[in-house]
Design a protein around this ligand. Structure first.
Ligand code: MN
Length: 536
């Protein structure tokens, strides 16, 4: 392309990177695509936060760094610093650039779509001559934009100052600010969320075609089809070979969950199949933690009780933990679901609900999460529960705290906040109480702070008291004892605005499709790098 005279458009990009670590320094120029020209805007938190505005022109991404971000406000002009072209492979890159490399920081695909040059017809000419009018068709950005050079830089065009503005048209919105729309259009995540749990790295020292390095560890082994069929082939009981273990399974055709309207009841066999299928997803939330089992040996229609002590008849291979702080008469030995087969064993033992400790066995007095439990009263409607959850969203957004909501599978919503080990339970509980009380001041009529159920007059409670050793909330993806076997399911914050959301929307039967569609939205809670900000 011709925007910089005869210079290879990627030369500058290459020069800025350290190729010392690889013998093959160059990227291939990609084939031009048929059809639409593409654009991307990446929100990039590097030394300084900025938005990278990139237009596909002649096979590369011609790029400007816009400190305040593009705007739809026709009254605003945004400084846009012309920076080096990027390879087309960078178009949909979202992830982390390692510290110490050029542009080190985190990147989200803030907007993307197609664009057309309006004036001149050949956009490379416009870039060279310092004025380009264009129409954008993105998810956030739309309408007529103008890029105009205000200050000529050196001969290479390095760091030329341009201006980016939006014309007055039907897409113009006065006062529109990019920072009010902080989520990725690819994954709906924020920069902080991507930083906490990136999917990929950009290794700018590698050729462009190889620079995006996937970080997702391979999922733990799922049960094989043969293993699942072996369960179906068993009679009322038998030995099930699964995950390399032999688990004695019993009462397989017993009805464990009453039916939902229009459905069949859920058998114990079905629960065991679910436990095996979900184990690769759920074990990371259980591993290294004592498990409090909520048992319903007679099924969800019967009475449940807490069972914490691993029974004497438990097989030797089950991972376990002896609580050194247990008093006589308290539970001494807990199950620890460090491997998938242990979850199958627990489910067969009647553990319909899985409650891992908030703290790891290696440091039981140091929580890894702060938990928020929006616990509706009998008179709290679903809309009101959602209102309370949205207030949590606003609060955590405002504090820039990473926090992850899930529906409980019953009536409520919980929020989990992962933290770096350090604070005691007294400290996390106090922090949760302060946050909850300030949220509560916004909707005081909906909330009771009374401990006793009967004193709450049917109002909701924001329960911060679960932030204590050996107090637990239900694990993500755990079934709940209710008709149809509903499941506690992570949601995105945006889903609070989805009119179809229900606290018990998903069951062990519908969860696989949900996971297929959105993946495991709770994964970032496994990153414990966060320090709690001070709250008043
Ligand atoms: Mn950048």
């Amino acid at each position: 392309m011709a925007s910089r005279g005869g210079e290879d458009p990627l030369e500058r990009y290459r020069r800025m990177r350290d190729f010392a670590r690889t013998p093959e320094p160059s990227g291939e120029r990609p084939e031009p695509e048929d059809g639409d020209r593409r654009f991307v805007v990446q929100r990039h938190r590097a030394t300084r936060r900025h938005y990278d505005f990139r237009l596909e022109i002649d096979g590369v991404l011609v790029s400007w760094a816009v400190p305040k971000g593009p705007t739809l406000d026709p009254g605003a002009r945004r400084l846009a610093v012309h920076v080096e072209d990027h390879p087309i492979e960078y178009l949909h890159f979202e992830g982390v650039i390692p510290e110490g490399e050029y542009g080190g920081g985190d990147v989200i695909v803030w907007d993307m779509g197609s664009w057309e040059p309006v004036k001149p017809d050949d956009p490379a000419t416009g870039v060279r001559e310092g004025e380009l009018h264009l129409d954008l068709h993105g998810e956030k950005l739309a309408g007529r934009f103008v890029l105009v050079r205000t200050e000529k830089g050196d001969s290479g065009g390095d760091k030329e100052q341009w201006m980016l503005l939006h014309k007055k048209d039907e897409h113009a919105v006065e006062g529109w600010d990019a920072e009010d729309h902080p989520r990725s259009v690819l994954t709906r995540r924020t920069n902080a969320e991507v930083k906490a749990d990136p999917d990929r790295l950009w290794r700018s020292d590698l050729p462009a075609a190889e620079a995006a390095v996937e970080l997702r560890a391979e999922a733990p082994e799922a049960p094989t089809l043969e293993q699942l069929e072996a369960l179906d082939a068993l009679g009322e009981e038998g030995d099930w070979e699964v995950f390399g273990r032999t688990v004695r399974v019993t009462n397989l055709d017993k009805e464990l969950f009453p039916a939902r309207e229009g459905e069949q009841p859920v058998s114990k066999r079905e629960l065991l199949r679910y436990a095996a299928a979900i184990a690769p997803v759920v074990v990371p939330y259980l591993a290294g933690r004592a498990l409090n089992m909520h048992r319903y040996p007679q099924g969800a229609g019967g009475k449940g009780f807490w069972h914490k002590e691993l029974p004497d008849h438990a097989p030797d291979w089950l991972p376990r933990w002896d609580n050194p702080d247990a008093d006589p008469g308290e539970t001494q030995t807990y199950l620890v679901v460090d491997e998938a087969a242990a979850l199958v064993w627990a489910a067969n033992y009647g553990a319909l609900e899985w409650h891992p400790w908030t703290s790891p066995t290696e440091a039981p007095d140091r929580p890894s999460y702060v938990l928020f439990d929006i616990d509706p009263g009998e008179r709290t409607g679903w809309e009101e529960t959602l209102e309370l959850a949205r207030l949590h969203r606003t609060a955590f957004d405002h504090m820039e705290v990473r926090a992850y909501p899930k529906v409980t599978g019953k009536r409520g919503i919980q929020v989990w906040v992962p933290i770096a080990p350090g604070p005691s339970f007294d400290e996390t509980r106090e922090w949760a109480e302060k946050v909850s009380r300030s949220i509560g001041t916004v909707l005081p009529d909906l909330i009771s702070w009374k401990w006793q159920l009967k004193e709450r007059n049917g109002r909701a409670r924001l329960d911060y008291t679960q932030n204590a050793v050996n107090k637990t909330l239900v694990a993500p993806y755990s079934p709940r004892p209710a008709p149809g076997a509903p499941v506690s399911v992570p949601i995105s914050w945006d889903e609070l605005d989805d009119p179809d959301l229900r606290p018990d929307r998903w069951t062990i039967r519908s969860l696989p499709d949900r996971l297929e569609e959105v993946g495991d939205l709770f994964r970032p809670v496994l990153h414990h790098d966060q320090r709690l900000p001070k709250v008043r």
